[in-house]
Design a protein around this ligand. Sequence first.
Ligand SMILES: Nc1nc2c(ncn2[C@@H]2O[C@H](COP(=O)(O)OP(=O)(O)OP(=O)(O)O)[C@@H](O)[C@H]2O)c(=O)[nH]1
Length: 776
Amino acid sequence: MATERITASCSSTLCNLNINGSQRKHLPLSPSSRFLGLPSRASQFFGSLRVSGSSSSKLSLSRLRTRRNFSVFAMAADDSKRAVPLKDYRNIGIMAHIDAGKTTTTERVLFYTGRNYKIGEVHEGTATMDWMEQEQERGITITSAATTTFWDKHRINIIDTPGHVDFTLEVERALRVLDGAICLFDSVAGVEPQSETVWRQADKYGVPRICFVNKMDRMGANFFRTRDMIVTNLGAKPLVLQIPVGAEDNFKGVVDIVKMRAIIWSGEELGAKFVYEDIPADLQELAQEYRSQMIETIVELDDDAMESYLEGVEPDEETVKKLIRKGTISGSFVPVLCGSAFKNKGVQPLLDAVVDYLPSPLDVPPMNGTDPENPEVSIARAASDDEPFAGLAFKIMSDSFVGSLTFVRVYAGKLTAGSYVLNANKGKKERIGRLLEMHANSREDVKVALAGDIVALAGLKDTITGETLCDPESPIMLERMDFPDPVIKVAIEPKTKADVDKMANGLIKLAQEDPSFHFSRDEEINQTVIEGMGELHLEIIVDRLKREFKVEANVGAPQVNYRESISKISEVKYVHKKQSGGQGQFADITVRFEPMDSGSGYEFKSEIKGGSVPREYIPGVMKGLEECMSNGVLAGFPVVDVRAVLVDGSYHDVDSSVLAFQLAARGAFREGMRKAGPRMLEPIMKVEVVTPEEHLGDVIGDLNSRRGQINSFGDKPGGLKVVDSLVPLAEMFQYVSTLRGMTKGRASYIMQLAKFDIVPQHIQNQLASKEQEVAA
Ligand SMILES: Nc1nc2c(ncn2[C@@H]2O[C@H](COP(=O)(O)OP(=O)(O)OP(=O)(O)O)[C@@H](O)[C@H]2O)c(=O)[nH]1
């Protein structure tokens, strides 16, 4: 349904209604109808209203903004009419280090844009965006939540992402479908390790950003240090658009460098008003300094503006904003703002900056893809309702009402409830049941989704994360998403027979939702193993199995997901020959195994010329090798960074078969890998510990005892020390409780995957003999 924009500016007694810009009617208001009472009054009123262009419209009220200038949106009969022009869309993410205030900021955004009447606080477990039980109990974000809201006639689709490194996939997939992002920093801690990680992820997807230095009210807040860290730690070019007025308890507001005026909040309660004031005398010089820096930076983007500036004429406000927008979108610099989301200061100017400086879907390059039938042919789809439909499924969420929801970013065209689309990756058609606009965990049915929208689809059967949905008449396959491989695993065993089926069902659903979670079952030893990105990740999975799927299970100790690889080239000839009555089996192959660069995975290549191995038998070789790759020769871990090349072979007219070649490949793998200097690899984590100085010695001693390699030391505000180290993941289990005990709970740490490295020989030997015991 298209939305007619009806704005209502209300005094205490009268509501002046404008429909699509032209004033129509005055609605008298009783005192009680001014706030929550308005929707019912207004909808009665709209019910009898005729809107130009759709005279038969039955109008119902769908949105109400709770600011003094109300904006009310009514649904009109024409489904496919666009209510908000594409240029006024902003698809943005909020991302940062854990606890920087992403959820708090999003909650404020929802309040000030009128989406929520009541604010949810993270520490009270009432945040709208942290809707999972586990999120509310732990006060952290686990799954990215999507919501839509409106600001200054712009439609803003927001994704709030988790900060914890175990849920980094959530950030990755959000970035894949967003056009812009707000990067939050804690003004006391500055740029923290996970901010660096998400910054690099945003670089990878070329996502333009603005920075918001949050928590300016905290003791030790320092805007300018954070600004400097954006340069040193992120290698980015900050463009300061605001400087703080006061800090810590005395934080009052900001100086707006674009308009050269102060914005001061009268209080810190929710909805506190702000006023514009002259720049305080003690900040005038500093503000002027940043203004000059800003102007000098932006005029470089435009020859005319530069010429005028050199002649002594500064660009006007409109040009300044236009150039800031241009530079932000092209990544020449990142605007930096500040505030305190918790104390309700700085949120409205942040929303203005989202609208003014972050791109609409029209400002980013068209989506590129390929022809699914012919991957060599590239296809570009511009962001437009008139293009054939193309969208990317970026998240699956199991849902107790509708089974599962598939989140889709629509890049081009229209998606209509009840229609059929093509899953380009699987070549299968899917019927679109319901189309839902999501607001954290609540939802509204819509009939059509248009280019630029983020919607959830109910009822898809085969589509998984990362797959393309498109118009069956104009197929396109958009670039797939990368998923990280799990680094840790635990064995899990259902407590009773009744739990067996429930667990299998739960694991399938959870793995569909989360491509960084894997599970496998070994029938021989009757064991199920779950694999994920860290202890917290697997803890949450087990907790969800219990709550959502009512599965009681015993969980083993966490273990590292080691890998196996090779250190040199080997070449083996293997003949599989069997002649014991009936038809015989014969396959002869020569395979070369070559080491590849770290992160390359596994590759198969055939160099067969002249049909020494007929074409129909090559899939047998591929299959045999692939089967073995999940089970290395040293201790049965997955094999990575290896290329297997089928060099030569021979066959028998009667006795050769695909199966015979598959068995030959297995034999070749076992022999070839042993000759290629097999070795075991383990995940090495970058661990950063922040500790009071008096515990520094203990922290370092403990890291050393864990095979840690200390890289550097540093200082943090408040007399704290930072230790940066590399430690094998195998030595980091339960580190949180050791660190807590050692420092009386005063130190904290963060770790993330740095690389895979060779496991020391004595540990390799232990792992191999353990594997032999299990096998025996
Ligand atoms: N003093 C102060 N505290 C804040 C501010 N913003 C957030 N907080 C507090 O910081 C804590 C973390 O806030 P969240 O909003 O959960 O942070 P997050 O970045 O969403 O955290 P994760 O989702 O777990 O990564 C909560 O206790 C908030 O109340 C702020 O501006 N000032």
